[in-house]
Design a protein around this ligand. Structure first.
Ligand code: FES
Ligand code: FE2
Length: 413
């Protein structure tokens, strides 16, 4: 994000705190609860958003060097993502061309050659079939016609994007739009460092998981013993970029930072920002780290989803700090008891703890109960408030893509 925009968002948050206001969608809307339970809708979503739509499967630092790879099995097919010896990103179907064995079931690692565990056919990181064991016994095979099956892929602005269809077209610029593309470009994700990953596996629809990131109205209630020690409830700078959006919450440290010279303000420590990228990506910036959450539906069970979480350090953000304000390293053990008047620099243990104790044990745990309520069929709708514009946007977005009517306005009698 450009420095001028960082300052603008910080000033907006300070103004909201001073005037006790927040972002405003302008109206309350009615959201039907069956969007979390309707198997036919879930199938339409799967086809439109996951089968026929480009997918962000990671950030560039997840493939830090030639020979790096990771796997993904959340899109209805096994995917092997690699970086070849020339540094190019590829996404292959993780299946041997002999009889389809999976080349690796490791989550990630480093390899320049993939040797099939079944009969040891060998592939290079750019997908070429290099060797057939006992080829004289096996019989003649045209190797060039039996390279790994490659999906369309693109790497730009630090995003690793694949298309699940072999003839799919990826246009990252069109997906983000020029403003958001420029904003992500300025974050320099390629300078980030992959630090670890975790998975949240819960009995809730993927949209309920997504909803938990869409407002901070709940911070002072649901997170009264956890996140509220790091961030304010209620105040939020909100902005839309086509189907994507950004919601920025005021950090506790902003109470101190606001009295420092503007030249020393630093957005990464003034705010906890969450970007939503259509259809299923949340990127959370907290304490000088980025946390990417990829939320996947379970095609067999509308009331179940998997959230894949990747943690990244931003050494370039920390290196550029000009502030003399005392910083503190925040770790798992002090994440909710750190001094809010000092800049909080998260390490990976703090980020993982935040994801477990706040997101998994509070947000998603509450959302599992919401799922039970929705599944009971006894509540026909929920309400999204004026202060929850990201929820309006997310739900109206996917409804528009599916050709469904926008959410109806609620009017008190
Ligand atoms: S299935 Fe891979 S070598 Fe046979
Ligand atoms: Fe939350």
């Amino acid at each position: 994000m450009k420095q001028s925009m960082q300052i603008e968002v910080i000033k907006e948050l300070i103004h909201q705190m001073d005037t006790k206001t927040t972002c405003d969608a302008g109206r309350v809307v009615i959201s039907p609860t069956n969007v979390y339970t309707d198997a036919a809708l879930a199938e339409r979503e799967w086809k439109a958003f996951f089968e026929q739509h480009a997918q962000v499967i990671g950030l560039s630092p997840e493939l830090p060097r030639a020979g790096s790879y990771f796997t993904n099995s959340d899109l209805g097919m096994p995917i092997l993502a690699t970086r070849d010896k020339d540094g190019k990103f590829h996404a292959f179907i993780n299946a041997c061309r002999h009889r389809g064995a999976q080349l690796t079931d490791e989550a990630r690692g480093e390899k320049n050659r993939f040797i099939c565990p079944f009969h040891s056919w060998t592939y290079s990181a750019d997908g070429r079939l290099m060797g057939i064991r006992q080829s004289e016994m096996f019989g003649e095979v045209d190797k060039a016609c039996h390279n790994l099956i490659e999906l369309p892929s693109q790497e730009k602005y630090g995003f690793l994007v694949v298309h699940p269809q072999l003839d799919g077209v990826i246009d990252i610029d069109a997906l983000l739009g020029p403003e958001l593309a420029a904003e992500f470009d300025s974050w320099q994700f390629d300078q980030c460092e992959f630090l670890g990953e975790s998975t949240i596996d819960k009995a809730l629809n993927w949209k309920l998981a997504n909803d938990t990131f869409g407002e901070n109205y709940h911070f002072s209630s649901l997170h009264k013993d956890t996140l509220i020690n790091l961030a304010h409830s209620d105040y939020a700078s909100y902005r839309e970029y086509g189907r994507n959006h950004r919601i920025c919450t005021a950090s506790r440290f902003l109470d101190t930072m606001r009295h420092q010279p503007e030249s020393e303000w630093n957005f990464s420590f003034a705010s906890i920002a969450a970007y939503y990228i259509f259809p299923n990506i949340q990127l959370v910036f907290v304490g000088g780290m980025v946390i990417m959450v990829r939320i996947y539906p379970d095609r067999q069970n509308v009331a179940h989803s998997i959230s894949r979480v990747s943690h990244f350090g931003m050494p370039h953000v920390k290196a550029a700090l000009g502030s003399d304000a005392p910083a503190q390293t925040v770790k798992a053990e002090n994440v909710y008891s750190a001094d809010p008047t000092a800049r909080m620099e998260f390490d990976v243990t703090a980020a993982i703890e935040l994801l477990v104790s706040t997101v998994e044990h509070e947000d998603y745990a509450a959302a599992e109960k919401t799922q039970i309520a929705a599944s009971s069929g006894k509540l026909d709708h929920f309400l999204f408030g004026r202060n929850e514009p990201a929820l309006h946007h997310f739900h109206n977005n996917y409804r528009a893509v599916l050709g469904d009517a926008p959410l109806e306005e609620y009017r008190a009698a």
